[in-house]
Design a protein. Sequence first.
Length: 138
Amino acid sequence: MDVIISIPDHGDAVPARGALDLGHVEWFLRAQTAWLTRGLECGDDRTEVDVVLGAHDCSHGRWLALVSEVDRALGGDAAALILALYGFCGRVAGSLDRSAVTLLEPSVAGQVRRLLAGRLATMTEDTIRSLHQIAAAG
């Protein structure tokens, strides 16, 4: 069965030019984390995982635009934080795509999914907090 995914394009989520809107950045980062967390929570349902992976695939351009915008507005250290979070999101998406966790015993798979979801949440909030600190110092 083919799954058709329609993801709305929130092109305004990352401003193209001008001052960096940290509220939009927070929204985008939390939305990306929420999608992947949903995939981890529904990891046994391939249709749900495919929807999550579709949303993740549609986000690459926005991630790269965000890295550029953050680099221009806040500098390389801030952009590196975004890149690190983007990289971790990619690893989680890759794990979901390969169904790697389903190879584990169910109780262990559940623990791994919770650990990944927790790490995503922590890393996202740490990134947001650091961006605010860099912006305030700037």
